[in-house]
Design a protein around this ligand. Structure first.
Ligand code: SIN
Length: 283
């Protein structure tokens, strides 16, 4: 972040940095360039005390690519009225209708929307209302996961592909319109390589997506589960996780190609309202 007055303060964990002294409403080209460089270096960036309108959030997100629509969750696409690119993650029910998805339970480790062929490269999550406790979001690095694997395991993964399930979301709910199944071989989803090279950093990253109904092509279900359990244990090792406790006005931008995240549960009687954009590579 040296081309601007703001500074990147690394979390001290395996990934993540806070960028201080920056107003995301008014980024010039040099600042965008510097934010992008810090994002590539730290994988997840935190910006505190932002005061963004919907248009500000969309403009900031579009610095990184084109925007995708909100995902289809347990209750369909939940987005801010008139802005189908702004997905609402919330437990709040208004007039009997949930304004968002994922409720108040735990959201398990995942990367966003990897059950499609061309998943988002980034997500920006903006805290509108946060509960007094709980609902923290944690991040792990899939570069780190790859780097920590023994060489013989890395060789074994070479050329393997993994099915990323489209049945369940991270809250454990069945996506609207999908027939529930727990057979990974027949579950809907798409295949991705188990290892991928980040197009902008050139670094290799393990690509797991989500655990439930995951299946490695060519292995028996038992072999696939054994290998996946080992890879997930390495990737989500708490020693290499950064956990963020939210305040209203925080925006966190993560690189969906080299990180996973999860969310803690929180008291269902509290309100948590988060706006998320999902960024695709520019076409
Ligand atoms: C998400 O998985 O994008 C939601 C994370 C959160 O609510 O903290």
């Amino acid at each position: 972040m040296d081309s601007m007055s703001s500074e990147a303060q690394a979390t001290g964990r395996a990934l993540g940095a806070e960028i201080r002294g920056i107003d995301l409403r008014v980024l010039g080209p040099e600042e965008v360039h510097a934010v992008r460089a810090a994002w590539h270096e730290h994988q997840v960036l935190l910006f505190r005390k932002q005061s963004l309108t919907l248009e500000d959030l969309l403009r900031f997100s579009r610095h990184f690519g084109d925007l995708d629509l909100a995902p289809i969750q347990e209750n369909g696409r939940r987005f801010v009225d008139g802005h189908p690119e702004i997905y609402v993650v919330s437990n709040v029910v208004e007039n009997g209708v949930a304004i968002g998805s994922l409720g108040s339970g735990e959201a398990v480790w995942h990367s966003d929307m990897t059950y499609v062929d061309d998943p988002p490269i980034a997500s920006a999550l903006y805290a509108v209302e946060v509960p007094p406790s709980g609902g923290d979001t944690s991040f792990c690095s899939m570069y780190g996961a790859w780097d920590r694997l023994p060489i013989d395991v890395r060789k074994r993964l070479d050329g393997l592909r993994l099915k990323h399930d489209a049945t369940y979301n991270s809250g454990g709910y069945v996506r609207q319109g999908v027939v529930e199944t727990d057979d990974p071989r027949t579950a809907p989803g798409v295949w991705h390589p188990l290892v991928r090279v980040h197009p902008e950093t050139g670094r290799s990253a393990l690509f797991l997506g989500r655990r439930r109904n995951a299946y490695i092509d060519g292995l028996t279900p038992r072999e696939s589960d054994a290998l996946l359990d080992m890879l997930w244990a390495v990737a989500t090792d708490p020693a290499h996780v950064w956990q963020h406790r939210w305040n209203e006005g925080d925006l966190v931008l993560w690189d969906n190609r080299c990180t996973m995240h999860r969310r803690d549960s929180f008291d269902a009687s509290s309100r948590r309202v988060m706006y998320r954009t999902q960024v695709k590579a520019r076409t």
